[in-house]
Design a binder for this molecule. Structure first.
Ligand SMILES: [Zn+2]
Length: 862
């Protein structure tokens, strides 16, 4: 017999954390505290823990549902192991475990304060577990770290795993003597007992479960110098020396960021200290745990000679995670549908802070280059989503991460500053943080704050940009009369996806003249089209660009006349920011099948020897590589390869700035296909050839070997063997794994594919690092049979892997293909399989590039 509450509980206790369960719990639970203790020992594949949960209940009529699950060897969800469960000091023998939840009957609880205690166990592994082990072969030491976002805290310990049940955490950890344990707060006491130390940490302020974390191992620490926040960096023992070299710059930047953000947010630093923990093989760039950001070690300790670009990327990462301490950690989104609130903000604030620290024009140019092409690239596909993404169950929340959240959302925040002004923007953010500190918020709260300070109505603007998917394409139409004056000037928009959307667009138009100052006009477009009367009667321009300064969001196309004018002038346009955007508009013309990719490559090759901006050089070389690999036929490739190679080689040796030489060296490695160019790569390996200031580091050597293997160079196999003997370091093992997959033979591909799906001893960053080389673009017929298998594995990949993995997986397997046949297979998969909607959208998103490739090749006969 089932009573009503039991039936309801069944519906709530489905796999994952449903929105209904989250709402139900948020309405009844408050004043939450977790006291957690873990026994950490080297080599163990299980960790034992004990916890005490204190919570206040509004009433005691419903069962209490905790989240706790485990994974079987195939990665399927099973019930987590718990024992000795008590509620309010009485043993509980009638709990139920279902769908990865622990259901504790209502009769054990009272309204008001309650205490639950239990013992539990969780898994540790190199990959696919909530506690991840790293084995440092250089000195035989072991490190472990947690990574819970978005809902893997409940894979590690029983909890209410939703962002709006913030709790105070007290961690106790038993670990070997020589280990250091780092978590969200400072240690309170460390007691030693034989070979074991017990670490007891201070209680945290209220934080969400996904922001709780710890790392342990024989870490070394370097402390920062005083100031208003205590700074420390933790690094594994074998990298201490490298960290000492890099830390001063990172420390200075962190310090500048902290001071700037305290001032801008008008809020003190929200936690008692700020640690940055460098984790080898961390699943992504960084994770903003409250008071203890975990960073991928490689992102901080460069493995190749860094360019200024690399340094700016690192600065951006450091400041992004720092901004999260306020935006995300102090004020947290209520639910993951507002994920962009924290991610969009952190990216925008990173650039905002950098604009104050470095040259602002350069930073906003960089913002354009690192945000817009990626955002537009996705927003014009059928797999795109609104910025606000409905998440019905947290088990689907990983799919919400991507360019819409990281690139489009910050672009919109920049657009918003243009709409309401910098000061209103700052004041709105201050108000929002003040009212929501240590609590949760939704998008409407932030918009409400902006409306209050700016006294402008923003709801329609916000709803259109945040809740509607896609973007406008903005076209300009203008005509001059016989006297050389503009007699008509219109801008119009159309929905890039043809779904009928109209967006409010505020932008700045640029009317460019040869040998005279450009004219800039601010324009507002609320409907399908508008006439710009301010332009009428002005002198006829050489060309027009509709997004000067990059305040607008959309595909800003050049009209035919302007495109023609830009093509002949682009090398001479002195403002690098404008030049970068115009190159972007021309690239849009390639992707919209209006411009032949071969023409783009040829234009770029002509300009590159004169281009002085390293970031623009980088993006031009990326596009040349992409157009070469994807859009050109074999015979076109053969025809143009020597030209591309010779420009790269020449610049690598002779460019004035070392950054340009490094950038061309990296590009040369990617595009060297002819026998002659491959010989030059081998000369770089042997030392016979050296570019001034371009030191070839071990990682560079491995990448050269990977490229030679992918291109089936006859000496590549023996070079790989030799490199294995030469570089026996910890990282060398990983790079050898990544390189080997590039071999163009079926047995290798089969072995790696089997690893990807069945071998949990291979660290996730090894797998992720090898996906692109597996799918080397010149091996598409060899890898085509894996396309279907990779698509069919999507549900498993989504369940087991960390946040960005699914997208990397799809980008590699679909991105490695260029043919109609491959496209047909992806379409057939979408037609016949029953995958989750979020996965279907990801496939549609990635498939778009394959569709374009097929269209571009057909149109231009490539
Ligand atoms: Zn982030």
């Amino acid at each position: 017999m089932t009573n009503k509450i039991e039936a309801d509980t069944g519906a709530l206790a489905i796999e994952g954390v449903s929105r209904e369960l989250a709402r139900h719990r948020a309405a009844s639970i408050s004043d939450l505290r977790y006291r957690l203790s873990f026994e950490l020992s080297p080599g163990a594949d299980r960790v034992k823990g004990r916890e005490e949960i204190r919570l206040k209940l509004n009433n005691a009529t419903d069962p209490v549902i905790l989240d706790f699950r485990d994974l079987d060897p195939q990665g399927r969800v099973i019930e987590g192991a718990v024992s000795n469960v008590t509620v309010n000091n009485a043993a509980v023998n009638d709990l139920r475990q279902t769908g990865g939840h622990i259901v504790l009957p209502a009769r054990h609880f009272k309204s008001g304060e309650n205490t639950i205690t239990m013992d539990f166990e969780t898994g540790v592994a190199a990959a696919n577990r909530p506690i991840i082990r790293y084995q440092d072969r250089d000195d035989g030491s072991e490190y472990i770290h947690t990574l819970f976002v978005p809902m893997d805290a409940s894979l590690a310990f029983p909890c209410f795993d939703q962002p709006d049940l913030k709790a105070r955490f007290t961690l106790t950890a038993a670990a070997p003597h020589e280990w250091t344990v780092v978590t969200n707060t400072r240690d309170q006491t460390i007691t030693r007992n034989g070979k074991i130390s017990a670490w007891i940490f201070q209680e945290t302020p209220p934080i969400s479960t996904y922001l709780f974390a710890f790392a342990a191992g024989p870490f070394e620490q370097i402390a920062g110098d005083g100031g208003s926040v205590s700074l420390r960096v933790f690094v594994r023992r074998s990298k201490l020396q490298r960290a000492k070299e890099e830390w001063p710059e990172v420390e200075r930047l962190t310090r500048q960021g902290v001071e700037r953000m305290i001032k801008f947010f008008d809020q003190p630093f929200p936690f008692t200290k700020y640690d940055q923990v460098l984790i080898p093989g961390f699943a992504y760039g960084g994770m903003e745990h409250a008071g203890a950001t975990f960073l991928r070690e490689d992102s901080i300790l460069f493995r190749t000679v860094p360019t200024k670009n690399d340094r700016l990327n690192r600065a951006s990462l450091v400041l992004h995670e720092l901004a999260h301490q306020w935006f995300g950690d102090l004020v947290t989104m209520r639910w993951f549908d507002d994920l962009w609130l924290k991610e969009g903000f952190a990216n925008f604030m990173a650039s905002h802070a950098m604009a104050a620290i470095y040259d602002p024009n350069e930073i906003w140019k960089r913002f354009y280059q690192t945000h817009k092409p990626l955002a537009y690239g996705i927003d014009s596909t059928k797999g795109t989503t609104p910025i606000y993404q409905e998440v019905r169950n947290l088990k689907d929340a990983k799919s919400a991460y991507g360019a819409i959240v990281y690139q489009k959302a910050p672009s919109l925040l920049r657009a918003l500053t243009f709409v309401i002004g910098e000061e209103n923007f700052r004041d709105g953010v201050r108000l929002f943080l003040k009212e929501r500190a240590y609590a949760n918020a939704e998008w409407s709260d932030l918009i409400g704050a902006f409306e209050r300070v700016s006294k402008q109505k923003l709801q329609t603007w916000a709803d259109t940009w945040v809740k509607r998917r896609g973007m406008p394409q903005i076209d300009v139409e203008w005509k001059c009369d016989a006297r050389g004056l503009i007699d008509r000037f219109e801008i119009r928009q159309r929905d890039a996806l043809d779904e009928g959307g109209i967006w409010p667009v505020k932008t700045r138009l640029l009317l460019a003249y040869d040998g005279a100052e450009a004219l800039r006009i601010t324009a507002q477009l609320d409907g399908k089209q508008t006439t710009i009367s301010e332009a009428v009667g002005k002198k006829c321009p050489a060309y027009v660009f509709a997004n000067d300064g990059d305040f607008g969001y959309g595909r800003f196309m050049l009209d035919a006349g302007s495109r023609h004018a830009v093509i002949s002038r682009i090398g001479g346009i002195s403002d690098p920011f404008l030049r970068a955007m115009l190159w972007g508009a021309l690239w849009d013309a390639v992707r919209e099948v209006e411009m032949n990719p071969r023409d783009y490559i040829e234009m770029a090759l002509k300009t590159l020897p004169k281009e002085a901006d390293p970031e623009l050089t980088q993006s031009l070389l990326d596009r040349v590589t992409r157009a070469f690999e994807r859009y050109l036929s074999k015979s076109e490739q053969t025809a143009i390869a020597p030209q591309i190679e010779s420009v790269c080689l020449d610049r690598m040796m002779k460019a004035d700035a070392v950054d340009l030489r490094i950038t061309h060296f990296r590009a040369f490695r990617s595009v060297a296909t002819t026998a002659e160019a491959r010989e030059r790569l081998k000369d770089l390996l042997s030392g016979k050839l050296a570019a001034p200031g371009v030191e070839i580091k071990p990682l560079d050597r491995w990448r050269i070997i990977t490229a030679l293997l992918a291109r089936q160079d006859t000496e590549a196999g023996s070079l790989l063997d030799a490199e294995r003997k030469r570089d026996t370091s910890d990282d060398g093992r990983k790079q050898a794994y990544v390189a080997e997959v590039a071999r163009a033979d079926t047995a290798t591909k089969q072995r790696y594919f089997n690893d990807y799906l069945n071998n949990r001893s291979v660290p996730e960053d090894w797998v992720e690092g090898s996906l692109t080389a597996f799918n080397s673009s010149n091996q598409s017929s060899l890898t085509l049979p894996y396309l279907k298998l990779a698509l069919e594995a999507l549900p498993q990949v989504k369940r087991e892997r960390k946040i960005f993995f699914t997208l990397a997986w799809l980008n590699a397997f679909i991105g490695g293909q260029q043919s109609q046949q491959a496209l047909d297979q992806v379409r057939e998969f979408l037609r016949t399989s029953r995958i989750d909607r979020d996965l279907e959208l990801k496939v549609l998103e990635v498939m778009d590039e394959l569709e374009r490739t097929v269209r571009i090749r057909a149109k231009f006969g490539l």
